[in-house]
Write a protein that binds this ligand. Structure first.
Ligand SMILES: [Zn+2]
Length: 80
């Protein structure tokens, strides 16, 4: 009986870990839009942001981490 209980606890822990992982990798929470230009320093939450209108390069969708790696470390001033 004790063994069954520990198996159940193990399963609950694994399920909790999997769902926590899904929340963290949710695309809408981690994706941002950036102007793929070396001069751009900001990232945007929407692809039709006013700040991206001035972009004369390609607007690309990346994760927040990728944006940071490309030097886009600040949220655009036009965002809410
Ligand atoms: Zn913006």
């Amino acid at each position: 009986m004790k063994k069954i209980r520990s198996v159940l606890v193990f399963l609950i822990c694994v399920t909790a870990l999997i769902s926590a992982d899904q929340i963290q990798t949710h695309p809408e929470q981690s994706s941002v839009y950036i102007c793929d230009s070396t001069g751009a320093t900001k990232y945007h939450l929407t692809s039709n942001c006013r700040g991206l209108n001035a972009c004369d390069h390609k607007v690309i969708k990346v994760t927040k981490q990728e944006a940071y790696n490309k030097g886009k470390k600040e949220l655009c001033g036009w965002e809410d």
